[in-house]
Design a protein around this ligand. Structure first.
Ligand SMILES: Nc1ncnc2c1ncn2[C@@H]1O[C@H](COP(=O)(O)OP(=O)(O)OP(=O)(O)O)[C@@H](O)[C@H]1O
Ligand SMILES: [Mg+2]
Length: 347
């Protein structure tokens, strides 16, 4: 199997670097369609960060978050107790700071963790993080907090929704204290829509779209793996610039066109299953859903005013991506667009 190297995304990297160079003042929301390469991009940037930065990266994707306690646990990384004779336990914040390594959660020890869990209040956790970040800063480093898949905490409640407490904390870290850069990542368009219309966050955030590769980047990426011109054309036709789809074609060395056609066939079948089972169960919803899909027969982008039930349905099924900032609907990928068109042709 061929190893896929990180392919440079110059524009996005430049933009994030310029944010990192300035004093923290806004929360940055990194959003984009599914599998557009958000996590890969940010992980790469973290690896390349100069020593002057202390990144804390937390990916909530694999965490099970049904309660407040589980959320708190997901943020922190317990300092491992090593054999007492060899290494002294880290007791103070300064000692914990010295153990900060790249790409990890927020370090904590048993005593601080007890404090954080005391009273079941997010405030304790947040004040611990602020103290730790202040310590990081006085050690000469700039803290960078990254939360991936943040939409997972949308349903967690603690005296109201945790998400609001968390946003207030982020505002405190950025605009108020200028203490840490805060990046929040998600591919859930409905979550971004909710955030975008949240009055509390007006003028306190910036939104950065990490989209599929453009045509030039796609061609450059495929050139690295020896694609012929015909193969590049096939890849662009079926996958557009969706990195994960392109990676599939890199692996399918013998028959790239066959592989692309097979992927389309599979996606078409899945979309048919979704819409026709909807027709059987809920005709009232089926008609407007088909109405939205029919707009994509002749267009790639469709404007919208608000997230209606039918849009929510299609977004929830990962067929459509809603770009709240630009108020545009698109297929989640080129493959989805082609599949939608084939399904609509056969109606
Ligand atoms: N810049 C890149 N260079 C090479 N491969 C990439 C790049 N970006 C993404 N990929 C490939 O695409 C896959 C999906 O990317 P990634 O998981 O980063 O997307 P994502 O936008 O975070 O997805 P999700 O919407 O699920 O959060 C990666 O596993 C990798 O194989
Ligand atoms: Mg991701």
């Amino acid at each position: 199997m061929r190893r896929i190297e990180f392919h440079n995304r110059e524009n996005e990297i430049k933009e994030i670097r310029s944010i990192l160079h300035a004093e923290p003042s806004l929360i940055t929301f990194i959003y984009g369609p599914i599998n557009s390469g958000k996590t890969t991009l940010v992980s790469h940037l973290i690896e390349e960060l100069p020593e002057a930065y202390a990144p804390f990266y937390i990916n909530l994707r694999t965490k099970f978050l049904s309660s407040y306690d589980e959320f708190i646990e997901s943020l922190f990384e317990m300092e491992m107790e090593t054999d007492g004779t060899k290494q002294k336990r880290k007791e103070t914040l300064a000692e914990l700071v010295s153990s900060v390594t790249k790409v990890a959660g927020i370090p904590i020890n048993k005593e601080f963790l007890d404090y954080v869990f005391k009273d079941n209040k997010p405030k304790n956790a947040f004040s611990y993080i602020i103290k730790l970040f202040e310590e990081v800063k006085s050690a000469g480093k700039q803290p960078v907090l990254v939360l991936d898949e943040l939409q997972k905490i949308g349903d967690v409640k603690v005296n109201g929704f945790l998400i609001y407490e968390l946003f207030n904390f982020f505002i405190d870290l950025t605009k108020e204290k200028h203490l840490a850069h805060v990046f929040v990542m998600t591919s859930d368009s409905l979550f971004i829509e909710q955030i975008y219309s949240e009055a509390m966050l007006n003028d306190r955030c910036r939104y950065l779209l990490v989209d599929d590769f453009d045509e030039e980047t796609t061609t450059a990426f495929l050139d690295e793996y020896g694609f012929s011109d015909d193969e590049v054309a096939v890849a662009w036709k079926y996958c557009g610039g969706k990195p994960i789809c392109l990676v599939e074609l890199v692996s399918a060395q013998d028959n790239r066109k066959g592989k692309a056609e097979e992927m389309l066939k599979i996606r078409k079948g899945q979309i048919e299953e979704i819409v026709y089972s909807l027709e059987a169960r809920d005709k009232g919803m089926f008609d407007p859903v088909m109405g939205v899909l029919s707009e994509f027969i002749g267009k790639e982008k469709v404007g919208y005013k608000y997230i209606s039930d039918e849009i929510e349905f299609l977004v929830g099924k990962n067929i459509i991506f809603a770009d709240s900032v630009n108020k545009e609907l698109r297929a989640q990928s080129k493959l989805n667009l082609l599949a939608i068109r084939e399904v609509m042709e056969s109606v």
